[in-house]
Write a protein that binds this ligand. Structure first.
Ligand SMILES: NC(=O)c1ccc[n+]([C@@H]2O[C@H](COP(=O)([O-])OP(=O)(O)OC[C@H]3O[C@@H](n4cnc5c(N)ncnc54)[C@H](OP(=O)(O)O)[C@@H]3O)[C@@H](O)[C@H]2O)c1
Length: 291
C-alpha cells in the first residue's frame, strides 16, 4: 500500500512503539522517534529513523505524533513535559488507560491547541501492520479523517465517536471480559489436573463449549439493556445450585474456588433479593448498584 510519505513521530519505543515505528519506516515515512532510554532507538536508527534528543524535539518534528507509553501516568508526564511543542499537533495516544485518563489528556491537548485521538490496540506488536491488527479510535474526528491512511498502516481502524474516552471505555470493558474468561480457564485446568486430565487434553473441549456458549451473551445483552430478565431457560436459582456444586467439587479436590466465589456471591445476593426465577444476567444489577 503506498502512502504519502509524511513525517511521523513515535514517542515510546517499548514493544508496541517499536512495532509502530518499524511499520512507518517500512512504508517510507520519515520517522522520528524518542524513548526515555535512548538505547531502544538504536535498531530503528539503523533502519532509517531519526532519533530526537527530547520528547519535545520529537513532537516538533512531525504533525502526526503517536504515543505508546507504559501507562496513562507516563503518557501524561511525557506530554505535559513537552507542552510547548504540542501546538498544532495531532496526538494519537495508543497507551492503555481508563476513559477518564483519555478525556483528561484530550482536555489538556485542547488547552494547548493540539488535537487528540485515543486508540485502543487489539494486536500484539508482531501483528501491527497486518490484517490481524485492529485499533478502535475515539476523540478528534478530524485527526482520524486527516491521518486515516497513515493510521490504516497499523491495522484495521474503527472510529467510535468524538468522546475521547469511548475507545478506552470499550477497551477496559472488553479486557474485563477477557480476564474473567482467563480466570475461568485457569481454574478449569487446575480442576482437570486433579482429575488426571492435562490442560492440553481439556482445552479443545473447553474451547468448543465456550464457543457454543457465545450466542447466550447476545441474548443476555438484550436482557441487560431492556432490564427484562424474564426467562424460561436458565434461572438464577438453578445457576446458584449449579455453581455451588462446582465450588464444592473444586474445594473437595483441594482446588481453591477463588475465581468462582465472587460470581457465586453476586448470584446469592440476587436470589436473596427474591429474583431466583430471573435470568442469570440479572447479576449485573448487583454490579450496577455498587457503581
Ligand atoms: N505490547 C502489546 O501487545 C500491547 C497491545 C495493546 C496495547 N498495548 C499498550 O501499549 C502501551 C505500551 O505497551 P508496550 O508493550 O510497548 O510496553 P513496554 O514494552 O513495557 O514499553 C513501555 C514504554 O513506556 C516507557 N515508559 C514507562 N514509564 C515511562 C515514564 N515515566 N516516562 C517515559 N517513558 C516511560 C518505557 O521507556 P523505557 O524504555 O525507558 O523504560 C517504554 O518505552 C501500554 O499502555 C500497553 O498496555 C500494548
Amino acid at each position: 500500500m503506498s502512502t504519502t510519505p509524511e513525517p511521523v513521530t513515535v514517542i515510546g519505543l517499548g514493544n508496541l512503539g517499536r512495532a509502530l515505528a518499524e511499520t512507518f519506516l517500512h512504508n517510507g515515512h520519515p520517522t522520528t522517534v524518542w524513548n526515555r532510554s535512548a538505547a531502544k532507538a538504536e535498531t530503528l536508527i539503523a533502519g532509517g529513523a531519526t532519533a530526537a534528543a527530547t520528547a519535545a524535539e520529537a513532537i516538533a518534528a512531525s504533525e502526526l505524533v503517536l504515543v505508546a507509553l507504559l501507562d496513562p501516568t507516563a503518557a501524561q508526564e511525557v506530554l505535559v513535559g513537552a507542552a510547548d511543542a504540542v501546538r498544532g499537533r495531532a496526538l494519537v495516544n495508543l497507551t492503555s488507560g481508563g476513559p477518564q485518563d483519555a478525556r483528561e489528556l484530550a482536555g489538556w491537548a485542547a488547552e494547548h491547541a493540539a488535537q487528540y485521538l485515543h486508540g485502543a490496540v487489539y494486536a500484539v506488536p508482531q501483528t501491527i501492520g497486518t490484517t490481524e491488527s485492529s485499533v478502535n479510535y475515539s476523540g478528534s474526528a478530524a485527526v482520524h479523517q486527516r491521518w486515516q491512511t497513515q493510521l490504516g498502516l497499523l491495522g484495521k481502524g474503527t472510529f467510535l465517536g468524538t468522546d475521547a474516552g469511548l475507545a478506552s471505555g470499550y477497551d477496559v470493558a472488553i479486557l474485563a471480559g477477557m480476564y474473567g474468561m482467563l480466570g475461568g480457564f485457569l481454574h478449569a485446568t487446575a480442576m482437570a489436573k486433579v482429575a488426571g486430565v492435562s490442560a492440553t487434553e481439556l482445552t479443545p473441549m473447553l474451547v468448543s463449549w465456550l464457543a457454543d456458549s457465545f450466542p447466550a451473551l447476545s441474548a443476555f445483552a438484550k436482557e441487560i439493556d431492556s432490564g427484562d430478565y424474564t426467562t424460561e431457560e436458565s434461572s438464577l436459582a438453578m445457576n446458584q445450585a449449579g455453581l455451588d456444586t462446582i465450588i464444592q467439587a473444586s474445594q473437595s479436590q483441594g482446588v481453591p474456588a477463588a475465581t468462582l466465589t465472587p460470581l457465586k456471591k453476586l448470584i446469592d445476593e440476587q436470589v436473596a433479593a427474591g429474583h431466583g426465577a430471573a435470568s442469570l444476567a440479572r447479576v449485573v444489577e448487583s454490579l450496577r448498584s455498587a457503581a
